[in-house]
Design a protein around this ligand. Sequence first.
Ligand code: 0O2
Length: 232
Amino acid sequence: METEFADAMEAFPVSRLAETEDPEKLLEGAQPFMELMSRYRCAMMEVETKLRVLDEEFSMTYDRNPFETIKSRLKRPVSIIGKMKRRGYPLTVEEIEKRLNDIAGIRVICSFLDDIYTLADMLAGQDDIRLLEKKDYIVSPKPNGYRSLHLILEVPIFLSHSKQYMKVEVQFRTIAMDFWASLDHKLKYKKDVEEPERIAAQLKECADIISSMDERMQQIRDQIETGKKMEE
Ligand code: 0O2
C-alpha cells in the first residue's frame, strides 16, 4: 500500500498543486495517466507471477532454477514524456499507451544461455499471452556489443468490470550480459569522457569476451548434463 502511494506520488508532481489556481482540475487531469500506470503495474505483476510459477515448477521437477533474479520497473513519467517528445508523438494518455512498448519492464537474469530461450518460449507460449515482437540481440548483438533477448508481450489483466490487454517488455539476459549492460549504462552518463571512440571499442571488446565466456559456461554445463545422463 505504501509503495502504491509512493508510486502514485512519483507519477504526479504534487508540488504543482500549490502553484496552480485550480488544484482540483489539475488532479482530475492527472487521473487517467495515473490509472494507466496502475494498469501497467498490474500487468507487470501478472508476468512476474508467471515467471515465478515457472521457477517453482523447475525447482520441483528439475531441481534447478531457470533464472537468478527478476527486476521490474515502471518507466518514470519524465522518461515517458522524453521518449514521446523525441519521437514526435502527441502527449496524450491514448498515444502513450499506443506508442510505447516499454512502460512496464521486467528484466530476467539467467545463469545460462539455454535458460533464456527455454524460459522465453515457455512464457510466450502461454495461451493467454500475445507475443507482439521479439528482438534477439544475442544472435544479432547491437554494434556496441549489447546483448539481450527482448520480448514485447501483451498480457490480460482482469479488472472489476473488464479484461484489458497491456504491453510488457521482458528482457532476458545472462548474469554476464547484465554485468556488461549495467556498467555500459553507468558509463553513458559520464559526459566528459575523453576519446569516446577508444572507450566504445574497449566496451565492445569486453562485450565479446563476456559473450565467449557465456558460451564456455554453457558448454561446461552441457558436458556435466551429458555426463549425468550417461551415468543414469
Ligand atoms: P531503460 O532505463 O532501461 O528503460 P522500442 O522501445 O521497442 O520502441 P527501443 O527503445 O530502441 O525501441 O528498444 P530496444 O532497442 O529494444 O532497447 C530498449 C531497452 O534495451 C533500453 O531501454 C535498455 O534497457 C536496453 N538497451 C538497449 N540498448 C542498450 C545498450 O546499448 N546498452 C544498455 N545498457 N542497454 C541497452 P531504455 O528505454 O533505453 O532505458
